[in-house]
Design a protein around this ligand. Structure first.
Ligand code: ZN
Length: 173
């Protein structure tokens, strides 16, 4: 497998709905490892497979604050089954929206069903930054970006900036 490359918005590939993973084979495990590697290299705290052009319901997350104490999470077919009424606001960024940030409100706590790498069905409750991050990544699996949670005006400003960013980066190559 080649090195993964992160797709930058605006790009229609980021608006697709990803498919459930049916069998956890070598390929899926390798993809998860590569995704983690790619996320750490880019200094991200979460990455969803569609961001690297793979339309599968795979997510990796690591919200630990110190790099030497990694706490990687690999989620297969993650699904939110319960969320708190209480909201939390975080300034969100995204590896697919480089240099752009916005305040987003989401449920403070979420209960997630997912399958782990060994194929076991798991249920876990997350809160705080981790909850926000996981919701952000599950959004990616449904073709949604954090800018879909803010005003249309703010969203269009950010997407225009990214269009410029992409042009500039193309010229540098
Ligand atoms: Zn993202």
């Amino acid at each position: 497998m080649n090195k993964l490359k992160i797709i930058v918005a605006p790009d229609t590939r980021l608006n697709q709905i990803s498919k459930n993973v049916i069998s956890i084979d070598k390929d899926v495990k390798l993809t998860l490892d590569k995704m983690l590697e790619c996320m750490y290299e880019s200094n991200g705290i979460g990455l969803a497979a569609p961001q690297v052009g793979i339309l599968k319901r795979l997510v990796v997350v690591d919200c630990s604050d110190k790099k030497n104490k990694k706490k990687p999470l690999k989620l297969i077919n993650p699904e939110i089954v319960k969320f708190s009424n209480r909201l939390a606001e975080f300034e969100e960024g995204c590896l697919s929206l480089p240099t752009q940030f916005a305040l987003v409100k989401r449920p403070e706590q979420v209960k997630i069903n997912f399958i782990d790498e060994a194929g076991n069905p798991c249920t876990n409750t997350f809160e705080g930054l981790e909850a926000t991050c996981i919701q952000h990544e599950i959004d990616h699996l449904n073709g949604k970006l954090f800018v879909d949670h803010i005003s249309k005006l703010k969203k269009s400003i950010i997407l225009k900036k990214l269009q410029k960013y992409k042009k500039k980066n193309q010229n540098n190559v």
